[in-house]
Design a protein around this ligand. Structure first.
Ligand code: BDR
Ligand code: CA
Length: 318
């Protein structure tokens, strides 16, 4: 990414510990300008994740509108991820109270206005189910040229995590994912192929506590909480899924990527939500996404630590 003008971003997600950490990374990068935060039901109910969005905005001193999005997927029933993210969807750290009321606009209306009003095309970083994004694409197809890219955490070209075939965000709303992948807008896909390699280990996140700033301490506390359930499942650290969708934009050099055709399977007892990659180009379809497949883990972790360091030291803990 090399630009003199700031790149406008919309952060759409279901925070969620890793969504929140992704937004810390986005807020820390002076090359980005966060235009809006939009909440979507996923890791917890819409009411809970929306509240988390406002608290994260307060933590990061983001003076932007936060809008509530879709309460349920387009067609499917909502599955929440409370086992991983706790009762609030973002358990583990005391957060500042929200500074602003919710936007009077819905997530889709706010996204549409941001796109319409932006001089430069906008990147949408979607780290929850793609429900809001699909609703936007259906309601305002004329705004597609204003979307520079949709960077998602979702899917897995070789495996799932919620079922053998499907990843949580895609399985929550496969129809929304299908609409996105067939919309003709550029998609950057960080699936489990890369995100399960994006590990941070306890000794690494302990260093955040030495930075003496509230954002770093909060990230460390989030990681402590997020690690509890993952440890029960045999993971030695935390898989930082959603931060990949931001760092693959800001630091593509630490990732490997491949342009390919990806389709989303909508039925089958075992296959609903599977993201199918046409690895060898046998379908004859042109690539519809850039899939992120690997990363330099140590550089990834040091970028997170440096981002947290950038939020200053000392005074906020006083
Ligand atoms: C995805 O599911 C959620 O629990 C995380 O926030 C991430 O977006 C990983 O499958
Ligand atoms: Ca998420």
């Amino acid at each position: 990414m090399n630009t003199e003008r700031k790149i406008p971003l919309i952060l759409d997600g279901d925070p969620g510990h890793d969504d929140a950490i992704a937004w810390v990374l986005a807020a820390s990068d002076p090359r980005f300008e966060i235009k809006a935060i939009t909440a979507v039901a996923g890791n917890q109910t819409l009411a809970k994740v929306s509240e988390n969005c406002r608290k994260i905005a307060a933590l990061l001193h983001l003076d932007i509108e936060v809008a509530k999005g879709r309460e349920i997927p387009l067609i499917a029933d909502l599955m929440t991820g409370g086992d991983y993210h706790g009762e609030t969807g973002l358990d583990g750290a005391e957060l500042p109270a929200p500074e602003h009321p919710y936007s009077s606009r819905s997530a889709v209306a706010l996204m549409a206005d941001v796109l319409r009003e932006s001089e430069d095309p906008v990147i949408i970083v979607a780290t929850g189910p793609q429900t809001n994004v699909a609703a936007l694409l259906l309601a305002y197809p004329e705004l597609k040229p204003k979307i520079r890219l949709v960077s998602i955490m979702g899917g897995g070209l070789r495996n799932g995590n919620w079922t053998s075939a499907a990843e949580f965000n895609i399985l929550n709303d496969p129809e929304a994912a299908y609409i996105l992948f067939h919309a003709g807008v550029p998609v950057l896909m960080c699936g489990l192929d890369v995100t399960e390699q994006a590990m941070i280990y306890p000794a690494e996140w302990q260093t955040l506590r030495g930075l003496h700033n509230r954002v770093a301490d909060t990230v460390a506390a989030w990681l402590d909480f997020f690690s509890i359930k993952l440890k029960e499942l045999g993971w030695e650290g935390v898989t930082l899924h959603d931060p990949c969708a931001v760092l693959a934009l800001s630091h593509p050099e630490i990732f490997t990527m491949k342009d390919c055709y990806v389709d989303v399977l909508l039925d089958g007892e075992y296959t609903r939500g599977l993201t199918m990659c046409d690895w060898n180009g046998r379908t004859g379809h042109a690539p519809n996404c850039r899939a992120v497949l690997g990363l330099d883990r140590e550089k990834f972790v040091s970028l997170l630590i440096e981002a947290c360091r950038g939020f200053g030291g000392g005074e906020e803990n006083a």
